[in-house]
Design a binder for this molecule. Sequence first.
Ligand code: ADP
Length: 190
Amino acid sequence: MSQQQVERGFTLWFTGLSGAGKTTLTEALVPQLRLRGIAVEVLDGDEVRTNLSKGLGFSKEDRDANIRRIGYVSRLLSRNGVGVIAAAISPYREIRDEVRASVEADGAAFVEVYVKASLDALIARDVKGLYKKALAGEIKQFTGVSDPYEEPVRPEVVVESDRETVEESAAKILSRLEELQLLERARAVR
Ligand code: ADP
């Protein structure tokens, strides 16, 4: 295996409804990737909205701008060998595909992970209390309730967080990264 392939960065792109498990899986994966010698950087949707995308709202236009910004930073980092984890709802397929194309154009890998759970499960889970408010009409343009979510067509990984434990979902993602030879650096270091 050439040095170049060993050094290949990637963007692990989580997409899915609020409360589906994007942040939880990010937190589970970061230490595991670091253990393998990978430089990891996280772009979490909630956090990005407080700095990089501060002031943006939830119209389609603002959501697209938010995702393009996350995609832009992901591209810069992953083309320099970083393992980026982007965890934002990213409801629109076209923009996710646009980000994929830009990351891949720079020679890095784009790995789309659909964090899937039924709306019923998410409402029952309601980790942040947002579904209750959205269903009561207190939050407008809430993805999955009053705003669209376009499922990925051919994601590299699908995890079903209403049927799997966090450990199972994280293991599924790691083994896909392994299959895609994106954890090779670990072997090079060892
Ligand atoms: P998001 O970042 O997508 O908004 P969170 O990670 O904040 O979602 O919340 C997901 C919730 O679902 C957490 O309470 C987590 O413990 C729970 N959960 C149960 N099973 C899974 C799984 N397989 N993967 C991820 N989260 C899970």
